[in-house]
Design a protein around this ligand. Structure first.
Ligand code: MN
Length: 142
């Protein structure tokens, strides 16, 4: 992918260290590729899962600094995966951002109530997405 000039914020003035590990849980190849390309371009290391179960397993093994979680997934959904990560001391502190195409108010409320740290609607707006990622990395969960 070639990002258009100005597609990404230049200096955002954050203290995020390059190379931080981010786990992307997303079953859609195109969406996963876009997120991977944007975040790799920004200097992050990306690991990917196509199901919630795989995402939970990878998070437990690799302890990423951030998880980007699709909601509609084959097998357990993103909300169930969030619950499993929050139930384990080893993964409880990892910030998790929901990513969903859903614009239904009821769904959005359900996502908020589930306890995600942030919410991004798809298709992502690249600049907003990067800012949201950096914000979560700068202000990890207590
Ligand atoms: Mn999906």
């Amino acid at each position: 992918m070639t990002l258009p000039r100005g597609a990404l914020p230049a200096g955002t003035g954050t203290t995020t260290s390059p190379g931080e590990l981010i786990l992307v849980v997303e079953d859609n190849d195109k969406n996963r590729k876009l997120v991977r390309d944007v975040l790799t371009f920004k200097g992050y290391e990306i690991i990917e899962a196509e199901t919630g179960e795989e995402g939970v397993r990878l998070a437990q093994e690799r302890h990423p600094s951030l998880v980007l979680m699709d909601i509609r997934l084959p097998g357990i959904d993103g909300i169930e995966a969030l619950g499993r990560l929050r139930a384990e001391p080893g993964t409880r502190g990892i910030p998790i951002m929901a990513m969903t195409a859903s614009v239904m108010t009821a769904d959005r409320q359900r996502i908020t109530d589930a306890g995600f740290d942030a919410y991004q609607s798809k298709p992502i707006k690249v600049k907003d997405f990067v800012v949201a990622v950096e914000r979560l990395l700068d202000h990890p969960r207590k």
